[in-house]
Design a protein around this ligand. Structure first.
Ligand SMILES: Nc1ncnc2c1ncn2[C@@H]1O[C@H](COP(=O)(O)OP(=O)(O)OP(=O)(O)O)[C@@H](O)[C@H]1O
Ligand SMILES: [Mg+2]
Length: 394
């Protein structure tokens, strides 16, 4: 990665646990340490601006010295970048006799707004303006998983599109006659390819060496269970998780039964979080007496959160997916922390390896060196799936 590439920190977790607050606090700290910082949200509720106590803006605007907030205007971004695709979709629907679909309605596609926000984020990273980019993600990493889709499609798109384009051109008059709707012209196909390339780029950025995800949770059974599943699935999709934030921890003390009950239950959950997520650091944030809103409260929260640590250092440890192909050794290792053996499944389909963990599935295109070898064996041990390939390839 180039020296220009900023440190990207993503925050996700179950709804309402404090993602926006922790993202805003981390960004505030980065700016106070002299790093040029951009904080963006992939959700359209404008909570980031509320947490920072400033008005939102579609272009990065300075919210505090060195700290810039961008609230992506998905509508505008959609029109600017994907107008061609929209026009086409609108045209087809109109030709089919459906009501004119407004662009507003088109953005309601699940995940579309978050994805557009991430495409905008990539544009920002490319300006080279930022040292740190903090992203307040949608709950439970839904969008991050969505980004695995173009990876699965990439193989097909790169092989089929050139052929498909020729075919479309040849068949256009026939389709128009039979189906009575327009065949996408080149500008639409181009926009589709651009979208695909853009999504691949975003994914590359967010799974790159300078990016990591931090899981925000509260010490409660249901929340922790979900955070564990998110940890497994993020790793499956190649995202590096480098920390856990346990928010809203009840401070000890006092004598009433209500409070000591919560303190006891939370400390039990905290112990299990420490154990499950080890060796990841678990940063604790107390349940504050008031909502942490505005730069001072956020800076205080960040100080509590990170202590003397450097939360902006490059992520440590191996990336989730590693491939070794040298001499007699040809193997692929994929971290699947907290995955249960009974839920993990592996299948081979030509050049692709299909890994399933619970309800999540990743289609991995094997690099050429492994694609021509057969699998010798595979095992899930210590949170890692290790697939060994035969030494003698075809
Ligand atoms: N440690 C804390 N102590 C007290 N209040 C907190 C703490 N952390 C967050 N809050 C408050 O809890 C509420 C929810 O926090 P926040 O908006 O950051 O959660 P979120 O995970 O981003 O929610 P959503 O899933 O809706 O985006 C906010 O009012 C916030 O000010
Ligand atoms: Mg939020």
């Amino acid at each position: 990665m180039s020296a220009q590439s900023p440190r990207i920190l993503l925050f996700t977790g179950k709804g309402g646990v404090g993602k926006t607050t922790v993202a805003a606090a981390t960004a505030t700290l980065a700016a106070r340490r002299g790093l040029k910082t951009l904080v963006v949200s992939t959700d359209t509720a404008h909570s980031l601006a509320d947490a920072l106590g400033v008005p939102g803006s579609a272009e990065p605007a300075e919210a505090a010295p060195g700290l810039y907030l961008q609230q992506v205007d998905t509508q505008r971004a959609l029109e600017r970048h994907w107008g061609d695709l929209q026009e086409y979709a609108r045209g087809v629907l109109a030709e089919l006799g459906l009501d004119e679909v407004t662009s507003e309605e088109l953005t309601v596609l699940p995940g579309a707004e978050e994805v557009i926000a991430l495409l905008e984020l990539r544009e920002q990273v490319r300006t080279g303006r930022w040292d740190v980019v903090v992203v307040d993600c949608a709950p439970t990493a839904e969008t991050l998983r969505l980004l695995a889709l173009p990876e699965a499609l990439d193989w097909h798109v790169s092989r089929l599109l050139p052929a498909g384009r020729k075919l479309m051109r040849a068949l256009a008059p026939v389709i128009r006659h039979v189906a009575k709707f327009s065949v996408p012209d080149d500008s639409v196909v181009n926009a589709g390819e651009r979208l695909h390339a853009g999504l691949m780029g975003v994914r590359e950025l967010l799974t790159g060496d300078n990016s990591s995800v931090r899981l925000v949770l509260t010490p409660e059974a249901v929340v922790v269970a979900e955070a564990r599943r998110t940890f497994t699935s993020l790793s499956l999709y190649g995202y590096r998780v480098d920390g856990v934030v346990a928010n809203r921890v009840f401070p000890e003390g006092g004598s009433d039964e209500w409070r000591s009950g919560w303190v006891r239950a939370q400390s039990r959950h905290l112990a299990s979080v420490e154990e499950s997520f080890a060796p990841l650091p678990v940063h604790k944030v107390p349940y504050l007496p008031a909502e942490p809103v505005g730069p001072e409260a956020l800076a205080a929260l960040a100080a509590e959160l990170y202590g003397d640590e450097d939360p902006f250092a490059p992520p440590a440890g191996e990336p989730p997916l590693t491939i070794r192909s040298e001499g007699e050794i040809h193997e692929l290792t994929l971290a699947l922390p907290l995955a249960d053996k009974s839920e993990v499944d592996l299948a081979r389909k030509g050049d692709e390896l299909i890994v399933t963990a619970g309800s999540y599935r990743r289609v991995l295109a094997l690099p050429a060196a492994l694609a021509r070898r057969s699998i010798r064996d595979a095992a899930l041990r210590d949170g890692h799936l290790r697939v060994r390939f035969e030494a003698g390839g075809a």
